[in-house]
Ligand binder design. Structure first.
Ligand SMILES: [Zn+2]
Ligand SMILES: [Zn+2]
Length: 434
């Protein structure tokens, strides 16, 4: 029992810590216990250990581990990727030989179809995709995918490292050392930036991983359940839950204690029946399958809201400032909008030379905002003020496009149009196509 209990508690702890470490920084968890635990884990505990080390050994331990930490956090390395694929491979290597003889043919075929998928989508997500990274070769095309919304992205912003105008929705990644198109986030899991071109593979990786884990847990249950009754008798004294004397039977604490009791009892019986290779791996799959599924759910919510992970934290900043009453919205001057710009037409020279090739309309070489292929254009400008009063002096990039008489205070994001949101299905289509 103690062994099974140790495995179960270890697996639960690892799952919870992994969840907090990876997802705790998401804006959705701001001001929640998960966000608090994340700050504890990545800020307060390391700084406490650093201070302790400074007192005890004059910082010798942390100087070495800081280099390692810096390498793991801020350099491109495949440590997590190798760990993930290693864990999947080792688990499948233990699990499948232990239960293979108990599987009917159709499940054997299903295993062969489901198991390779996380490997394949990890490969596609990790591979360097020319569409994801912005270079001199594709910069002009990248500028035409999305308009500047003048809330999160402004025209005329240069990337100091890449030395070109930042296309709307792009962000420079200091780990990949390149600007990334429609940057979602740098993912240590696949050792790559996720953005235009490979974000869809990341969604497929999350989906295929949670299907693989849920299916693995189901196979463990299906193959081991018939063996369980042989081991049942040994656990007779565990059959009935005995609460602490005087415990309140209606309280949540007692209820959870009872659930944990039976969970540990069944874990022990299953580990007796299937050993660590079948039951331990099955338990790991059972406890971890919600992790990729939860992250997929969050990513699909972002798709629904028409934003990337990178943009979701920018929107969260706007939302917090709006709640403080310091954000003002203005309408854009019509003449600054693309659709109202004077159209550039090729000179009509058909009478002098009947050339079969039409001359393309000239594009100004320093055009900061070329016409995009995106169907929406921003109609709003947002401004933060420091004192909560309507803005009086505006930065030139805002003054040139905003109708100064139309400023009004906004209290929540509902008042603002997100031009990158075309509705869930069109957002998803944009992602699946690119
Ligand atoms: Zn850059
Ligand atoms: Zn990156």
């Amino acid at each position: 029992m103690a062994f099974a209990q140790a495995i179960a508690i270890f697996t639960i702890t690892v799952s919870v810590v992994t969840f907090i470490a990876f997802f705790g920084r998401l804006p959705a968890f701001r001001n929640t216990p998960i966000g608090f635990c994340h700050r504890l884990l990545v800020l307060h505990i390391p700084s406490f250990l650093r201070n302790l080390d400074l007192k005890l050994s004059n910082g010798r331990v942390t100087n070495g581990s800081a280099r390692l930490g810096h390498y793991l956090m801020y350099e491109k390395h495949p440590v997590v990727l190798v760990f993930f694929l290693g864990l999947v491979t080792a688990s499948a290597g233990l699990f499948l030989p232990a239960i293979w003889h108990l599987l009917p043919l159709h499940h054997k075929l299903l295993v062969m179809a489901i198991l390779p998928q996380p490997y394949y989508f990890t490969y596609l997500s990790a591979k360097r995709n020319p569409e994801t990274f912005i270079s001199g070769l594709n910069h002009a095309a990248q500028m035409r995918h999305y308009p500047y919304d003048r809330i999160l992205y402004y025209p005329g912003t240069y990337c100091k490292t890449c030395r070109f105008l930042k296309p709307p929705r792009s962000k420079h990644c200091s780990i990949c050392k390149s600007c990334v198109s429609r940057m979602d986030h740098h993912c240590v899991w696949v050792n790559n930036c996720l953005g235009r071109g490979n974000y869809k593979y990341f969604l497929a990786l999350l989906l295929s991983t949670s299907i693989m884990l849920a299916y693995g847990a189901y196979l463990a249950y299906m193959t081991l359940s018939p063996l369980v009754h042989e081991h049942y008798a040994k656990y007779e004294r565990w059959y009935k839950y005995k609460p602490e004397p005087g415990a309140d039977m209606t309280s949540w604490g007692t209820y959870l204690d009872m659930k944990l009791h039976y969970f540990l009892m069944y874990t022990s019986i299953y580990i007796d029946a299937g050993g660590v290779s079948a039951s331990g791996v099955g338990l790991l799959a059972l406890l971890t399958w919600p992790l990729p599924l939860g992250l997929l759910g969050y990513q699909l919510y972002l798709v629904y809201a028409g934003m990337t992970t990178n943009e979701s934290s920018k929107w969260a900043d706007w939302r917090d400032d709006m709640a403080d009453g310091v954000v003002f919205l203005a309408q854009r001057k019509l003449e600054t909008m693309q659709d109202y710009r004077p159209k550039v037409t090729a000179p009509d020279d058909s009478s002098s030379s009947p050339s079969p090739i039409p001359t393309p309309p000239p594009t100004p070489p320093d055009d900061e905002e070329p016409r995009t292929t995106w169907p929406l254009e921003s109609r709003h400008v947002l401004v933060r003020t420091t004192n909560g009063q309507p803005p009086t002096r505006l930065p030139s990039r805002i003054a040139s496009v905003a109708d100064k008489d139309s400023f009004e205070r906004v209290w929540d994001l509902g008042a603002v149009e997100n031009v990158y949101d075309l509705g869930f299905f069109d957002n998803l289509l944009d992602i699946l196509r690119h």
